[in-house]
Design a protein around this ligand. Structure first.
Ligand code: BTN
Length: 262
């Protein structure tokens, strides 16, 4: 027997205050990956569409990792953006900005301290609460569509498997069951505002991210496909790339995983 979805659309709709983001909302009980769905050119092409799945059978994380999420417990969704001239060179900024507003959304709703780790891990007490994966597709010479994929661990209490960072959920951290609709609507409200800022005030987005990031000035280990390098997290540049300081000078880094070393 098919389990009835426990997502309350009315509650979600009451709390959604956006003009475009999430107004076209596609809900699936199962899908391979919400990102893959949106990037398939035969599917939706309305910018701002949100695709939500209660269970992903091939959920993707960064670096080809699998994103595991128990059915009906969490939030796994993607936002479709048509890439126009105002955003095409700012996807890194959008990436950092998305992690900053996701952290702020959780902090404001639940009075819990949330950290961001470059480029886009969201942590509570050093454990991973959420992740972001932006994927793009081009038809012709330019990037045309982006899927902003978000996974937030909300009510899951057991995580099996091996993880680079230990996972946690809002329920584990707050010892209460969380209303997923409220988290999703509030995040999408903030995301619409962010999108305007990325296009019109990108430096402010970077400034907000810097204020939230507590790695600046710290000694870090940078992992690029298993190759480890040690240095200092000097800053991020105006395009969101990491400025990595070693004895040899400053290197501009656009991918990898970083951890603070003590
Ligand atoms: C990470 O590795 O931290 C990024 C995880 C991103 C997971 C989300 S869940 C919704 C969307 N669909 C996917 O297949 N991945 C992203």
């Amino acid at each position: 027997m098919e389990i009835q979805p426990n997502f309350n659309f009315t509650q979600f709709d009451i709390k959604l205050e956006t003009e475009t983001i999430g107004r076209n909302f596609l809900y699936f009980t199962e899908l391979d990956s919400t990102n893959a769905f949106l990037l398939d050119k035969t599917n939706q092409d309305q910018s701002g569409t949100v695709v939500f799945a209660e269970k992903q059978n091939a959920g993707r994380g960064r670096f080809q990792n699998v994103w595991e999420s128990a059915k009906g417990q969490n939030l796994t969704f993607s936002i479709l953006l048509n890439i126009d001239k105002h955003i095409k060179d700012k996807l890194n900024i959008l990436n950092l900005g998305t992690s900053q507003i996701l952290a702020a959304t959780l902090e404001n709703l639940f009075q819990v301290q949330v950290e961001v780790k470059w480029p886009n891990d969201i942590l509570i007490k050093k454990k991973k609460i959420a992740g972001i994966l932006i994927q793009t597709v081009s038809f012709g010479a330019h990037i045309n569509k982006a899927a902003i994929g978000i996974g937030i661990n909300v009510n899951q209490t057991q995580f099996l498997g091996e993880f680079n960072l230990p996972p946690t959920s809002l329920r584990l951290e707050l010892s209460q069951t969380i209303e997923r609709e409220k988290v999703l609507a509030e995040f999408l409200n903030n995301f619409e505002e962010l999108l305007w800022k990325v296009k019109n005030k990108p430096n402010l987005v970077m400034q907000n991210w810097r204020e939230k990031c507590n790695m600046i000035g710290e000694k870090i280990c940078l992992n690029q496909n298993g190759k480890l390098k040690y240095g200092v997290f000097d800053d991020v540049d105006e395009t969101g790339q990491l400025l990595f300081r070693t004895d040899k000078g400053i290197e501009v880094i656009n991918y990898g995983d970083v951890t603070v070393v003590h």
